[in-house]
Ligand binder design. Sequence first.
Ligand SMILES: Nc1ncnc2c1ncn2[C@@H]1O[C@H](COP(=O)(O)OP(=O)(O)OP(=O)(O)O)[C@@H](O)[C@H]1O
Length: 363
Amino acid sequence: MFCLRCGIEIILKVSRCICCNYLIFPATSALALLSLRVTEQDCPHLLFYGPPGSGKKTLIMALLRQVFGPGAEKAGSRNIDLELTTLSSANHVELSPSDAGFQDRYVVREVIKEMAKNRPIDTKGKRGFKVLVLNEVDKLSREAQHSLRRTMEKYSASCRLILCCNSSSKVTEAIRSRCLNIRINSPTEEQIVKVLEFIAKKEGLQLPSGFATRLAEKSNRSLRRAILSFETCRVQQYPFKDNQAIPAMDWEEFVFEIASDIMQEQSPKRLFQVRGKLYELLLNCVPPVVVLKRLLYELLKRLDAEIKHEVCHWAAYYVSISFQILFIVPLVDFPSPLECSAQAAYIQPPLIRANSDPVALHS
Ligand SMILES: Nc1ncnc2c1ncn2[C@@H]1O[C@H](COP(=O)(O)OP(=O)(O)OP(=O)(O)O)[C@@H](O)[C@H]1O
């Protein structure tokens, strides 16, 4: 249950929010109430946040479909000059401004502003309003978030923003306070089992309950991961067996290999090989933060206790700057294996260039 006014999550079975004393509703009726407020043009900007694979985007699409009908289905995509893909219908536009990297503030200032200005007119001649769905707002730079706040205020009469992110703590207080914050929790294992059983029924598959439970357990409470594992297992072996092996994701096995490589040998040559493998993961669009976290997880299993603390420290450090590295990596002239002396070569080039002028880097 959560409060519809301040968004606070209510765990106790009470009928009023403990924060603002506003009436609260169970999650199922909350979607209906939200859509009612959207249709009556009495809807605040919304910020959906929660762990990956918890169903935020699916919920946003369900809300749009409930409000605008089947017309809200994504009608088409287009690429704009900045290489940014948008998905849109007559009533809404969905985009991830953080995909533009360091140019995100231009996207917010120019592109989003332009979209927010145009107000659609419905078939009855009534002036409707546009819904902009912005994904991964927590990855936007501070400047972009400040521009977004100004856009939210200036065009609130003609446009509603639905923001989606994993962590609301990386969204500025100014934006959070202008939105109704809705936290989407990871589904429980029982809920994941129900979704898998539902999919199996629709696809006409026999899903043993023990196997469904194991899929849910292995999914780390991510619905996306559970569905992907289910698909992989279907391709590997059908009919399913209770004790059927659930394969790890390809990228996880690759990170496992990287961790083994690191542990086997620590030399400039091996450093060069490992770096190549890390770039391969980035080229395949595995987010750097995810790679670093997984690598840390694998390394911690193998490392001596004294060094674990330092490795955690550097992992945390590089997680915080990984976003910059992602956009700088292709532009860096890396030294040859002979030139790189141990860690220094791995650490220095992206750091030095990350602080450089982005325009100069491109030229
Ligand atoms: N209620 C549901 N029933 C069945 N499948 C669902 C449901 N909600 C979400 N899913 C499925 O779970 C997967 C993840 O959902 P979604 O993309 O909405 O999550 P998300 O929280 O936006 O993830 P991320 O933050 O990683 O982008 C999708 O494949 C989606 O189809």
